[in-house]
Write a new protein. Sequence first.
Length: 383
Amino acid sequence: MHFITLVTVEVPELQANPIEDMVVEEKLKYLNDLQKQNEKNTMLDINIRMLNGLKTEFARQVYELMYEKMEPYNEQTENPKFLEFEDLTESLQEEYENARTDCIKLPDGRILPADDWIFHGKFAIHEDGKVYQKNFGKLKHDKRSKKAKKMSVVLNYPYKKIYKTLDDFAENYKSVSYNEDFKGYGYTYNPQAFYDWCVIGGRWPRMFLVKNDCAEYSIGERSWCNKDEEYEAPDGYHWVAAARKKDIQWQVMRDWRFECAKKDFYKFEEEFKTGVFPVNSCYYKRGNKLLAYNNILYIEGETLEKYLKRMELNDTFKYPNISYGYLDDSGYHEKEYTWHYGKSKKHIKKQTRKNNIVWRRNLDKFIDSIPDDTVIIGVDCHV
């Protein structure tokens, strides 16, 4: 799953670095020439998209500082400062010494747990106490095949008799290694982690509008799914993935999103009435609604005012709803969602509306608290 997070960094006033700019341009030219000779080379494509976002000294600084700030929250980090050890030694020892399990005895005499990886999806014990081969033959049903009949069931068998040592049990059955640094069986993890991979911009290259004469910004790294897209912007402005707060044209962004939403409303209204949708679109009608990927685009009889309110495009909040989460000095904060399980539609709708209001207020406070010279970055996070 991808989600957008706002991250702030402090970038000092920088001098232009034309030599490094030239190095990046030369690398890009070289990689683009290679790309023409090697169609559909994924690694070349990734490197080209990354270098496109590193053409200026400002962009390069933002790139380095963003990853430095995000590292304490990285699921993949190897920095011991951010890692904790989950010690499973005691529970593994207890299970190894005392627990029992149902096993399957192989024709060669080996006895292994019925849930061992070598049986997964192939053989299983049925209620009659016999071994069956799974998904057998054309009918793909469980059957007492010739192979299955050569195996027998051993119930309630001690783990200690299967595995000669605790190390053998932990490594080969539980897939848990011994950690020399922490002197125990377990694994390290980052308790603060909220992502496993991230880039600046990514699937959200239209984060902020800046004036065309703005010199300090980053376009970030485009995603594979939008690398060739050209996004329309108001005259005199363009979209970026990072910029100083003072250079971001917040009101122009609000006005532009408002105008785009009005156009969408009238387009959706017409498409709902005619049933004629854009070629290759994912639109479909269900009852009195026009949807795409289960998202409501238009409701029959809905007014423009109600549509804009549903899209949260009104004057209730100061800033556009541009992110799922943000990172500040106290840590990571994200929008809350209402669990659907066991809840009525009325409850879900009410709780969702409440959560959205709380989130938008928190987002407004966060952006208000950012100093004018601070750089705000839209980071595409994956988990």
